[in-house]
Design a protein around this ligand. Structure first.
Ligand code: EPZ
Length: 426
């Protein structure tokens, strides 16, 4: 077990390379189930969740090879080959540990005609049901049963193209529907599809594997099913949440940092918000530069929205920034019902935050103070690291395994731009 120690007050200067996106890599790996030929993924971040997905795929008989150790800024390479599937069951013990494993349901069903995947249950950030995933697969002709905590889906004669209309946007349900539809017979329309860049990345990889998809990046994705997919190589897109987190690190600590291997297009709403609170942002050839010198950031209010809106996965980090800003900020969480676990921890660092239903009212204080803190999810943990960068004295962030699920070598990346940060055994 590890903890992270931060001594606050250092300004950040230099360059941070951005890794491939966790939330793109996980469904891309699941897409490897759709063909017996090899799928090679490059720019894969070395993260606990990614290693976990690799172990899950091995249980289905997928030959998984990790070549190329990820160096800072240069992701690893996975070669996946799902020659003959040796199983189609994802147990409770697996899905419970990583909810994102539920995304194997669509590809397993499409490839094997059957799948048994544990219902994920609630998680730290909310109830998170999977009804939309199941309705989408039923629309494609699957029979779906819920028994003893498991989803048992079958389509022995194959899936059939259909119109799937989501009542609201779901990233995971769009991914499951898309991966099922590529091997369905005929045409599928996914209406009110998620527009997150990770969906576009998945669609581009599936297209490279031979799928026929149009409308990626729009709310209406159309798929013409094909009989089989083939080998392909695909590079995982940059992590927009990691990008936004380090942009906010500069905004909270002050300084000037170039984020490389990423792009402003991935974080449009975030960049606009950061500019409005006093950071300067300028595109560069390799990414963009974030600068904040001089005065304290000023407050701004925001609500989380599906892409292209402000992402829920950056809400906690923005709250840490607003905790030190001048003025009052209202931060409304509209995607998950329980995503304010960082609030009590920020309060322990001297923040002034009141939660009223889905809204946190943050009154900025001139400075936070270091403390021992911990959080129960990945993004909340990163917000505590950010708060520690700006706090007076020493902050210890416990339960670092949350951070390791989604931030590749966080202390190394922040350390190289001048943060006083260290990983220590507990
Ligand atoms: C993805 O989760 C991400 N995970 C999350 O990132 C991210 O916070 C979320 O999208 C929103 O952007 C991965 O990509 C692996 P949703 P997902 O389905 O797909 C409700 C992180 O920190 N809903 O878009 O699970 C749901 O409860 C993680 O990296 C249903 O009601 O999110 C939520 O309120 C955390 N029924 C809303 O929709 C369903 O069948 C959006 O969830 C599905 C979802």
């Amino acid at each position: 077990m590890y903890k992270i120690r931060i001594r606050g007050g250092a300004r950040l200067k230099g360059e941070i390379p951005i890794s491939g996106a966790k939330n793109a890599a996980l469904p891309l790996m699941a897409a490897g189930l759709l063909t017996g030929e090899p799928l090679v993924l490059t720019n894969v971040p070395k993260l606990a969740d990614v290693a976990f997905m690799a172990d899950l795929l091995r249980l289905f008989g997928v030959d998984v090879e990790w070549t190329g150790e990820a160096s800072l800024g240069q992701g690893g390479r996975y070669r996946l080959r799902a020659g003959t599937l040796q199983g189609t069951t994802a147990d409770y013990d697996i899905v419970r540990k990583m909810r994102a494993s539920f995304v194997v349901l669509g590809p397993l069903l499409a490839r094997a005609g059957e799948a048994k995947v544990s219902l994920p249950g609630g998680c730290a950030i909310g109830a998170r049901p999977v009804d939309l995933h199941l309705k989408a697969l039923e629309a494609l002709g699957a029979t779906v049963e819920l028994t003893e905590g498991y989803v048992i889906a079958s389509a022995p004669k194959g899936l059939k193209g259909a119109v799937i209309e989501f009542p609201f946007v779901s990233v995971g349900a769009t991914e499951n529907a898309l991966m099922a539809a590529v091997l369905a017979e005929g045409r599928t329309v996914i209406a009110n599809a998620a527009r997150e860049p990770e969906i576009g990345d998945l669609g581009r990889c599936l297209s490279a594997m031979g799928a026929k998809i149009t409308g990626l990046g729009t709310p209406r994705i159309e798929v013409e099913g094909v009989d089989r997919l083939h080998a392909a190589e695909h590079s995982v897109l940059p992590d927009r949440i990691e990008t936004g987190t380090y942009a906010m690190a500069v905004a909270i600590a002050g300084g000037e940092v170039e984020l490389t291997g990423t792009s402003l297009e991935l974080v449009g709403a975030v960049a606009d918000l950061l500019k409005s609170v006093g950071a300067e942002i300028a595109a560069t050839k390799r990414g963009f530069k974030v600068t904040r010198n001089g005065y304290r950031p000023v407050s701004a209010s925001v609500e989380t929205q599906p892409f292209p809106g402000f992402p829920t996965d950056l809400q906690a980090q923005f709250m840490a920034l607003m905790a030190t800003a001048e003025g009052v900020s209202r931060i409304r969480e509209t995607i998950f019902e329980n995503r304010f676990m960082h609030v009590p921890e920020l309060l322990r660092m001297g923040a002034d935050i009141k939660v009223d239903g889905d809204t946190a009212i943050v009154t900025g204080v001139p400075s936070l103070t270091g403390a021992q803190v911990m959080a129960t999810d990945l993004r909340a943990s990163s917000s505590l690291v950010l708060a520690g960068l700006a706090a007076e004295g020493e902050t210890i962030v416990n339960r670092v395994y949350h951070l390791d699920r989604g931030f590749e070598r966080l202390e190394e990346k922040l350390g190289r731009v001048g943060a006083d940060i260290e990983r220590l055994p507990t």
